[in-house]
Design a protein around this ligand. Structure first.
Ligand code: AMP
Ligand code: MN
Ligand code: MN
Ligand code: MN
Length: 290
């Protein structure tokens, strides 16, 4: 087995056209290699349908590869994302759980479109569809791209701010997977569960402590410390949390699109040296190019 050294250029969080990214798995693998990534995982939302293509492309490009996904969870009334890494992608309970998590998305999207129609934006469901690569995975991001296309907003983040977040006309509350279920789907399939981009949730310190404690009690082991959406100060905060909770640290750009994402694949700062990288515990789950 090849060792995975701590300062390896690992990028363990990104999205393809199989969820709400704009690049195919093959294009992501090529971009990762061009940017110097050495260990890569594709982590589409609630979906592992792109993993075979991702694996083949990664090994062709000379990248070490881990299976991945990003599961939508509802915790304390907030949507939390849990990244799974290094699981067995054939695991039946994981596949079934992901399929059920995807299940409500079309009805939700129709409700989102109804909300947008009420504020003078008709046809948003049909408008979002051309952006959808996977009919089971209609996401807010696809609506956002349509609203930019029709000139309603200048960019995707303006759409989220004005239309797609809590209290806004296109926002529809949704019940995702339970935290314990998502963690168990991953760990029972021999993977490691990781709290994605922890600074993005609107939690009080008490709620955040509860998230970390319950996540660990369910068998979760990792936290994203270095991610595209963390400031330097946030990375410092979650590095301390990783140490306090004795958790493995992950690193991932959360790259979605060359035109929309601030952080490109493989361009993140290193993990602080005091932390144990999640890949140290996943060397036997990685696949290696010939
Ligand atoms: P959904 O799973 O349909 O609720 O969509 C969630 C996705 O929307 C996230 O994974 C991001 O890709 C995107 N997203 C959420 N908030 C924002 C934001 N403020 N700006 C841009 N994209 C966002
Ligand atoms: Mn996304
Ligand atoms: Mn996320
Ligand atoms: Mn993501």
């Amino acid at each position: 087995m090849t060792a995975l050294h701590p300062l390896l250029n690992a990028d363990l969080h990104c999205h393809s056209t199989v969820s709400d990214g704009t690049l195919a798995p093959e294009a992501l693998a090529a971009r990762a290699r061009a940017n110097g990534v050495e260990l890569w995982a594709l982590t589409d939302h609630d979906e592992i349908g792109g993993l075979q293509r991702a694996r083949d492309a990664a090994l062709r490009e000379g990248l070490a590869y881990l299976t991945g996904c990003e599961i939508s969870v509802s915790f304390a009334g907030v949507t939390v994302h849990i990244v799974g890494l290094g699981f067995d992608a054939e695991d039946a309970a994981l596949r079934d759980g992901l399929a059920r998590t995807r299940g409500g998305r079309e009805a939700r999207a129709r409700e989102m479109a109804a909300g947008l129609a009420q504020v003078g934006i008709p046809g948003a469901f049909e408008g979002a569809l051309p952006y959808v690569g996977n009919p089971e995975l209609i996401s807010r991001t696809h609506f956002a791209r349509f609203l930019v296309e029709r000139g309603t907003c200048a960019d995707v983040s303006e759409v989220f701010r004005r239309y797609l977040t809590e209290g806004k006309p296109g926002y529809v509350p949704h019940r995702w997977a339970a935290l314990g279920d998502a963690v168990r789907w991953i760990t029972a399939a021999r993977g490691i569960a990781v709290i994605a981009h922890p600074a993005r949730y609107k939690f009080t310190p008490t709620e955040e402590y509860a998230l970390f404690s319950e996540f660990k009690a369910h068998g979760g082991r990792g936290v994203e410390v270095v991610t595209g959406s963390h400031s330097a100060a946030e990375a410092v905060k979650y590095a301390a949390m990783a140490l306090e909770f004795d958790m493995l640290a992950s690193r991932g750009s959360d790259f979605h699109s060359p035109t929309e994402s601030r952080t490109d694949l493989g361009t993140l700062p290193d993990l602080p040296g005091s932390l144990t990288p999640v890949w140290a515990a996943l060397a036997d789950r990685a696949q290696w190019p010939a």
